[in-house]
Design a protein around this ligand. Sequence first.
Ligand code: HEM
Length: 519
Amino acid sequence: MLEDPVVPLVAVGSLAALVAGRALVDRVRGVKTLPYPPGPTPLPFVGNAHQISEHEVYRLFASWGEKYGGISSFRIFGKQFVLLNELKAVTALLEHRNALYSQRPDMAMLKLCGREENAIVFQKYGQNLKDARKLVNVWIGKSATDRLAPQITATSHKYMGTLLENPEGFLVNARFMLGAMVLKMTYGIDAKSKDDPYIYLSERMQRLTTEAVKPGHWLVDSFPILAKMPTWMPGTGLSWAAETKRQIDEAVHATFDFTRQAVINGEAEHSWTAEEILDKEGNIKTGEEAEKLATTSAAVYAGSIDTTVAVTSLFFLLMARNPDIQRRAQEEVDRVVGTDRLPEMSDKESLPFIQRIIKETLRFAPVAPVVVHSLDEDDVYEGYLIPKGTSVLANIWAILHNPEMYKDPEVFNPDRYLDTPGRPAEPDHSHAVFGFGRRACPGSHFALANLTMNIATILSAFNVKPIKNADGVEVPPEIDIIDGHTRGVRPFKCVIEPRTPEKAQLIREAARAANDFSY
Ligand code: HEM
């Protein structure tokens, strides 16, 4: 049933509730005659497919928002989409009616690749999803993340060591360091290098998933009936899906089987999967219980790497482009930690400017600019019908670039959240980058802790500068966005060098200690 302001009234059984209840019944009966939200005129058969751009589609969606309002709609072939471009509509539906709007829509290619079963983010709403989210929360929810401060700090220090030794590899190493930590904590796997077979399998799973969700790429997404064709049928993508499913299954199970075997052999290191793999009687979980755990464990790698690395990469780019902001952040961190130590997690509250830099980096280019929810029952919002099964798109980018809320939204300005004379603070809705309601990201605390540790330490110990051209002039890197399952900036070059020899020494010592850290 709808989570709607009238429902609590029905529950107390008052007269008002009866009237409201009656209105609700009438509303649902008459629902089919209500209009869809307004939107661009569709063509026969294709609907609005011809208008959908592959690159930065959220900008097109935002322009529809300007024209048709906070809630609009469009159609691609037979599939209905509702578009939410304003915080008010997103809050009203995905947050306040979250019992209704926590479903994911049918995505035929993902389903063929097995991701609807073995990836939390694409799973249908139900008990399995709730159990998985609960477990992820035990592992990396807020209080768990607080307890993981030593692990997060050690990983950050190892990464800082690589920035000193191999600054050109700043993106590859950010990925490897985070990936290695996640594999270690999730499975007890020690990934020694980027060529580690488990890293390879997990990265391949990510790449294949990105391919499978490409909007408008697969005919079967618009014509799900094609899924019933023989696998060899050309042009359907079915043979690709079958091979992809095999490779993704291999990734989900190879890592899980590593831990399972280690537990059976009595040589398992401490890890989240090893802790969960035994049932109440002390037997190794099998069948559906084992599958559920394998899926949940795989979600940590799948959810954390692309997203966190995309933000880290954007941070480097923004620092290379904004030397004044970088200098002010360095002054702040110097005031707090001085010159003879590196920042610690407990310094966070004393670094408000750096906190604003992180919020503004998240707002500036959300890594998931549009998220999709769905619903299993018809609903009505502001007189418009939202039929069951509709893909409801929340345009996070549009919300965080709304010019009525953010002055010059395309400018990176961490001071926009400050209340100053003549310029009141702009609202901080950066948490919208983690999504909404019951599907909101369960890894947000973990992600923010990793980002805070890395960003504060980089600002404390390094200068990030543009590279120089042949004439010796610094050329700030361009903001060149690439779209994918997660969105980020195209790989770029910048100079990363220690601020002083003393800082370099601090990093060397911290990295050495971190290499001996036992997770
Ligand atoms: C800066 C980093 C991150 C960003 C911006 C981010 C963003 C998001 C977004 C937008 C969603 C979809 C929410 C929705 O549908 O309303 C999501 C879901 C999810 N994220 Fe993250 N995420 C990040 C880091 C992480 C980390 C570190 C993990 C580690 C476990 C993680 C795990 C997940 C999972 C499992 C889901 C699926 C939840 C569900 O469908 O119920 N994410 N994330």
